[in-house]
Design a binder for this molecule. Structure first.
Ligand SMILES: Nc1ncnc2c1ncn2[C@@H]1O[C@H](COP(=O)(O)OP(=O)(O)OP(=O)(O)O)[C@@H](O)[C@H]1O
Length: 583
């Protein structure tokens, strides 16, 4: 928690200092009130007292109450201001840091956990700052101040108050010991509930199609029940706190009056009156002490939970992205669009075997280099390595003669037009989806003619007559093939050096697939194309085909070479097309 609070800026520390002044004033006003109560009680017991005598201390009491209330309102306002501002800033920092994460860093936390951390966890911290400022500072000031006020009013009463505090501390210790470990679990279970809910909503169509509602409900129920059970336990135990506190404070009041009664009985004359007013004052201050401990205890109940949250936020902020980028744009030493994989090996963190082993190939500008192989053979991984979503564990990848590790992030991404396996569209319009982001060869705003050209190449012009037609979230108002063609158009519109197709043609019918490749061949002549595909027909015309088998190269060559000499390629080819079609 303290580590996170180091992120408070100077202005916020200054505001906290001002709040401490107001809190001290508030406590001072509150603690001055019982003194005037003594004056009133003494006056009431004194013969000849008029209403005017009582009115003055009464008016001061009222004024102090109002001043105390005003201080409290000001502190509340300042606390809310700091808490909300700080939370917004930390949320921004978490967002920025996560944006800088590599894919491997994101996998370390999981997306649902990152979501909980940047929402729920930050809200917890915000709450404790808002409350803590009012309580954590106020309670010790009140307790110490009130104790000094009652210290010399009678040892019997002081002993009773001390005993009440001991009982209170014991009660709080037991409660906190029981509750603390549960709070850690609550955060983990909230992550889990998030994960199950997200998975369920993302796959809702499959859930319905397979009549799997009961199965999903059970999964959700289990996560929900676990969270509810843990929360219930913690809150039931916490529920003991209020009655416990009432018992202690009422018991103390009773003890103060009982002790007072016996002392007054034993005293004589004017001493009776002094004892009586001391008793009234003492019971007010003693209650203030108990209340201060109560307020502190509330913070101590919340603190463990919030420190878990603060730890989780710190974990996100502490990660140095595993892929870091230099800031200087290097000079190319080869023509734009040249790709070299030089004995590249890559192993996922924690994986037993490498996903890619000793892969070497060269692609020249305008080449089409294709990857084919069984599922899981490492085709998508090659694209991820090229785009530096992961760093190679052996060998080197260069683009235009420069190691991918030597490019600044934007400069590297500007080289690519990437079409993922599953098309990703954003809510907006066709135009906003095509004219997306920046690119080395992309103007800030694409003209309609550029957009139309990209749509024509991507064979998407038949369903996009209106460039400002809406696109729903995830592009859900388009078919799978239409979405894929829009994603291709978006990449083409950037006029990149390198186009990367990650199995992007599989959602298209054979005829559209062929027309699209033909259009690409004509319109993107100088562009290097890297294609991952399942269908032989998609890659037959490639300059070079790399056949992958469990991450290793099983063959490299043209379609004709591989068909003549490569067993793995032959197997794939003959399983898809006839000898006549393949010729
Ligand atoms: N994030 C990851 N963590 C660990 N292993 C992974 C991860 N992603 C992929 N792998 C493993 O790496 C290997 C290669 O995966 P990759 O996605 O590159 O295969 P692919 O050839 O593109 O498969 P497909 O044709 O099914 O898309 C697989 O064995 C897969 O299990």
């Amino acid at each position: 928690m303290l580590k996170l609070l180091k992120r408070l800026n100077k202005k916020e520390w200054l505001t906290i200092a001002v709040s401490v002044l107001f809190i001290t004033a508030q406590v001072g006003f509150e603690l001055a009130i019982p003194g005037y109560m003594t004056q009133i009680t003494t006056a009431l017991e004194t013969k000849g007292t008029t209403a005017a005598t009582i009115l003055r201390p009464g008016a001061v009491m009222l004024l102090y109450s109002l001043l105390s209330m005003a201080s409290s309102v000001i502190v509340g306002y300042l606390a809310a201001h700091i808490a909300a501002g700080f939370a917004a800033r930390v949320r921004g920092q978490v967002f920025d840091r996560v944006m800088a994460y590599s894919t491997a860093d994101i996998n370390r936390f999981s997306i649902p956990s990152l979501l909980t951390r940047s929402t729920n966890d930050i809200t917890q911290v915000q709450m404790i700052i808002a409350m803590g400022m009012q309580v954590l500072i106020k309670a010790p000031i009140t307790a110490v101040w009130a104790i000094t006020k009652i210290a010399n009013k009678g040892w019997q009463w002081t002993t009773a108050t001390g005993a009440a505090v001991v009982v209170l501390v014991l009660m709080l210790t037991v409660i906190l010991t029981l509750v603390q470990p549960k709070f850690k679990r609550v955060q983990r279970l909230t992550d889990r509930l998030n994960l199950v809910t997200r998975e369920n909503l993302n796959g809702i169509r499959v859930v319905h199609a397979f009549n799997a509602e009961d199965y999903q409900n059970k999964k959700f129920d289990q996560a929900n029940q676990e969270l509810t059970g843990t929360n219930l336990f913690a809150n039931r135990v916490l529920g003991l706190m209020n009655p416990g506190m009432s018992l202690i404070s009422n018991g103390l009041t009773l003890a103060v009056y009982a002790i007072g009664a016996s002392l007054i009985q034993a005293a004589s004359g004017a001493a009776k009156l002094t004892l009586f007013s001391n008793m009234i004052v003492f019971s007010s201050y003693a209650l203030q002490v108990i209340m201060a401990f109560l307020l502190l205890s509330i913070i101590f109940v919340i603190l463990p939970r919030v420190s878990v949250s603060a730890g989780r936020i710190n974990d996100v902020l502490a990660v140095t992205p595993s892929v870091t980028y230099p800031s200087k744009v290097p000079a190319a030493t080869e023509p734009a669009g040249t790709i070299v994989f030089d004995h590249v090996t890559f192993r996922f963190a924690g994986a037993e075997a490498p996903a890619i082993t000793d892969l070497s190939f060269t692609a020249h500008p305008g080449d089409t280099i294709a990857f084919i192989g069984a599922t899981g053979s490492g085709k998508s991984t090659v694209l991820n390595l090229l785009a530096r979503r992961y760093d190679v564990t052996g060998g080197r990848i260069t683009i235009d003669g420069v190691d991918v590790k030597d490019y600044p992030e934007e400069a590297l991404n500007d080289k690519f037009g990437y079409i993922p396996q599953k098309a990703v569209l954003f809510s907006g319009t066709i135009r906003s989806n095509l004219d997306y982001g920046t690119g080395a060869n992309k103007p800030a705003t694409l003209a309609d003619t550029d957009l139309r050209r990209a749509l024509r190449v991507a064979q998407a012009d038949d369903f996009t007559s209106d460039l400002d037609a809406p696109v729903a979230q995830h592009g859900d108002n388009f078919s799978g093939g239409q979405k894929q063609r829009l994603a291709i158009a978006r990449a083409v519109a950037r006029r990149p050096e390198i186009l990367m197709f990650d199995d992007s043609f599989s959602a298209l019918d054979y005829a559209t697939d062929a027309k699209l490749r033909q259009a690409l061949h004509q319109e993107a002549k100088g562009t290097t194309q890297v294609i991952v595909a399942q269908r032989i027909s998609t890659i037959m015309d490639a300059t070079k085909i790399v056949v992958l088998d469990e991450g290793r190269v099983a063959g490299i060559g043209t379609h004709a070479d591989l068909l003549a000499h490569n067993k793995v390629y032959q197997e794939i080819a003959y399983s898809q097309l006839s000898k006549k079609e393949l010729a």
